[in-house]
Ligand binder design. Structure first.
Ligand code: PLP
Length: 446
């Protein structure tokens, strides 16, 4: 056992490893990743966390819909910020404070450009959950009246369900649910049926975290707006994969999390139409969101800046902007092609596993490489434990979307999810490990 005092903490070990990474002492895989290497080899080499063994096997990370890994460029941006520029930001203060301010506001401009928005409409939040809660509290609660309706779908993540149920309880409004088809797609005919003059907001996930289907967001927004209602898009699962343009989508609010798109945890974006943000009261109050604060009066900041109470999380936006820049430096159509190939490949591999039932669309189009499934005679928890022993990371449980699982006739499921760094070999290993659990396994060779 190492002696107390000489034992390295996990953090110190991590710093050492990160230092080695930045000084160019990288893995064999990374070293071989020249600019002429195939995209997937270069992408994998950009993610230090992929280069490890788990339970004696190379890691196959298939849990990107829960959180992605971070590229070295994002880790470097975080380290660089704390090493050189860290200060409580201020546009007119000392040099470090000005640099921190410029990094923070630069990140806001980067994220605004990412979704074709005005920087004044970008509210920094902790993630999708906080963004939705902010809209529920600061926009919906003061406006809803008994008899008003909120329209969600049965495919929503708990974070796009509970905030609305709470605000409905507080105001006397009613939450109604759009049905999905048997593969988890929002049903537009049901949308038309349920939209009425009582509907005050439609809130839906652009991509379900269970089914992986890309809902026709612009079409849903257009129908909602024709009915005279507002729309919030939960883009937690789409922002990492689908180009987003808030103007052409035609929504009123859009929310996503940094950690699902290569950025740090604890930062995300709420975008809102400027006139709506201007019209809303603050969600939290304190420093940095008001001027002329006296004992009996104050002047609130405008638009998004009204929602930034207290010392901000600067490193989060800096890391998220680095993630957006990293994605921008890749060939986006190559990523799209790769993800389409992963979708096709994953669907084929999983179709070969006896007793496996896929939840979600079995077709390749309009969907992401997210595979939710149940396996006959094995609980999702057993599936997860078995795959973990093989170094394969997936997610099992209610996937924070129990109503959708129930719509599929189950109460728990397993989910394997991919991103640009996923290799088809990861999906081969997934399918092979799942086959080990099936009753016929090993019989062929006897
Ligand atoms: N909405 C969807 C569709 C999600 O998949 C998730 C997270 O898995 C969330 C909302 C909540 O995101 P966060 O936990 O980052 O706030």
């Amino acid at each position: 056992m190492p002696l107390r005092g000489t034992e390295m903490t996990r953090r110190e070990l991590g710093q050492l490893a990160l230092g080695a990474w930045f000084s160019g002492s990288v893995s064999a895989e990374a070293a071989s990743a020249s600019s002429n290497a195939p995209d997937i080899v270069r992408w994998r080499a950009d993610f230090p966390a992929l280069d490890q063994t788990v339970n004696g096997h190379p890691l196959a990370y298939l849990d990107s819909a829960a959180t992605t890994q971070r590229p070295a460029a994002v880790l470097a941006a975080l380290l660089d910020y704390y090493r050189h520029d860290n200060a409580n930001p201020g546009a007119t203060l000392h040099a470090l404070a000005r640099r921190a301010y410029e990094q923070y506001e630069g990140a806001r401009r980067t994220l605004a450009a990412f979704i074709n928005a005005d920087p004044d409409e970008v509210v920094w939040v902790r993630g999708t959950t906080e963004g939705i809660n902010l809209v529920a509290s600061a926009w919906a609660r003061p406006r809803l009246r008994p008899g008003d309706e909120l329209l969600l779908s049965v495919a929503e993540h708990a974070s796009n369900l509970l905030p609305w149920r709470l605000v409905a309880e507080q105001t006397g409004a009613t939450v109604r649910y759009l049905d999905v088809d048997d593969e988890g797609r929002v049903r537009l005919d049901d949308l038309d049926r349920k939209l009425s003059e009582r509907t005050r907001l439609v809130s839906f996930s652009h991509v379900s975290n269970v089914a992986g289907y890309i809902n026709p967001a612009a079409e849903i927004c257009a129908r909602a707006r024709r009915a005279g209602t507002h729309v919030l898009i939960d883009a937690a699962q789409s922002a990492p994969h689908v180009p987003l343009d808030v103007r052409s989508l035609g929504c009123d609010f859009l929310v996503f999390s940094g950690h699902k798109m290569l950025g740090p945890m604890g930062v995300g974006v709420l975008w809102g139409r400027r006139e709506l943000l201007e019209d809303m009261s603050p969600y939290q109050a304190g420093s940095n969101m008001a001027h002329e604060v006296g004992l009996t009066s104050q002047e609130f900041e405008h638009a998004a800046r009204k929602f930034g109470a207290g010392t901000p999380n600067v490193s989060g936006p800096v890391g998220l902007a680095a993630a957006v820049q990293y994605l921008g430096n890749q060939n986006r159509s190559a990523i799209e092609r790769h993800e389409a190939e992963l979708t096709q490949y994953g669907l084929e591999r999983l179709a070969d596993v006896p007793g496996l039932r896929l939840l979600g669309p079995s077709s390749v189009t309009q969907r992401l490489p997210v595979f939710s499934f149940v396996l006959a005679e094995h609980s999702p928890a057993e599936v997860l434990q078995h795959l973990d022993t093989r170094g394969i990371a997936i997610r099992s449980g209610d996937l924070s979307a129990l109503p959708l699982l129930k719509r599929f006739g189950v109460s728990a499921a397993s989910r394997a999810s991919c991103y640009l760094y996923t290799h088809t070999a990861d999906l081969d290993r997934l399918a092979a490990a799942l086959r080990e659990l099936t009753p016929s396994h090993g019989k062929e060779s006897r």
